[in-house]
Design a protein around this ligand. Structure first.
Ligand code: NAP
Length: 289
């Protein structure tokens, strides 16, 4: 069986990946107990004592505000420690699978969806920290896969710590009758997290390079959440009451950081449309037939 080190092992995406692949992959889970990624100097010594074929690096602090307020600490976690992990994989002749983000395009002023050939332009520390790792890999490694993910979504699974996502935020607003605001000044993708879990074997075999992972979405975030609410079965009046626009957020500049995932599709992994992806999730969790 393939031996796969997975960092951030108790995080949302790593948990889903492990849950649906542990029958045929030997995972070596790395949690905060094994390595504290705010201490990059500890990363290489720990990982180089392990035997593995692939290292999936999901650990990161992805909270944009945290990264902006603590740039040095966030840089250690998101960039320096990630590069140390990549060095350990390289020296073991193992493949490095790095989880990056759509946020690398959040400074672009033109319209998406962006391809892997488009130049990242980023205005946030979090995205810049991911770009630095991408650049290091391109310059220093010959065996890597970078997955730039759109916003990911899913529903609660026992013993899995779900990340905040548009589906759950929409549902929570309607279920608890607590109005929630979503910006109409943004367009981004949204992808069912199970896509990563279901296609892990194929992903691990992709040729070295960068791949965008995103379902196709033509709605603004506000319109997307209204659409989700409708698919969850809520009535128009409830949607009008609890799913509200937030016109102030990104009023300075419309943000479009949608990812074009055609390259991944050409390798047999089709993320489909956001409507198809949402329907797949709702069917999996018994909300739809
Ligand atoms: N979810 C999304 O929508 C999305 C979109 C684009 C990209 N991504 C990327 O995907 C990856 C996984 O995201 P996720 O949603 O699964 O996030 P998550 O649930 O927050 O998982 C991140 C993991 O990183 C660990 N971690 C953070 N700081 C650490 C440190 N100093 N030392 C050791 N471990 C540390 C966390 O450990 P604790 O559990 O101990 O806190 C957590 O298990 C991240 O790299 C993120 O940037 C996610």
């Amino acid at each position: 069986m393939k031996r796969v080190v997975i960092t951030g092992a108790n995080g949302y995406l790593a948990s889903v990946i492990r849950l649906y692949n542990e029958d045929h992959i030997t995972f070596l889970p790395i949690t905060r107990k094994e390595i504290d990624f705010s201490k990059p100097e500890t990363v290489y010594p720990y990982l180089s004592n392990l035997e593995f074929d692939v290292l999936i690096h999901t650990a990161a602090n992805a909270v944009t505000e945290f990264c902006a307020k603590n740039p040095e600490l966030a840089h250690k976690i998101n960039t320096e420690a990630a590069i140390e992990a990549a060095k350990a994989a390289r020296d073991k002749h193992a493949r490095f699978l790095f989880i990056s983000t759509e946020q690398v395009f959040n400074g672009r002023t033109d319209q998406g969806p962006f391809t892997e050939e488009d130049e990242p332009v980023c205005v946030t520390d979090y995205g810049k920290q991911k770009i630095e790792v991408e650049q290091w890999l391109k310059a220093n490694s010959q065996d890597y896969v970078i997955l730039r993910l759109s916003s990911m979504f899913g529903m609660p699974i026992p013993h899995v710590k779900l990340s905040s996502n548009f589906l759950m935020r929409t549902w929570s607003a309607l279920r608890t009758k607590t109005p929630a605001k979503f910006t109409p000044n943004e367009q981004r993708g949204m992808t069912y997290s199970m896509t990563l879990a279901d296609h892990l074997d194929q992903i691990m075999e992709l040729p070295t390079g960068i791949y965008h992972v995103s379902s196709r979405n033509d709605r603004t975030t506000y319109d997307l959440c209204r659409y989700i609410a409708g698919e969850l079965g809520y009535r128009r009046e409830e949607i009008e009451t609890y799913i509200l626009p937030d016109p102030e957020r990104y009023a300075d500049r419309f943000r479009d950081y949608r990812l074009d995932a055609s390259k991944l599709k050409a390798h047999g992994i089709d993320c489909g449309t956001v409507e198809e992806d949402l329907a797949r999730c709702l069917k999996d969790f018994g909300w739809k037939d």
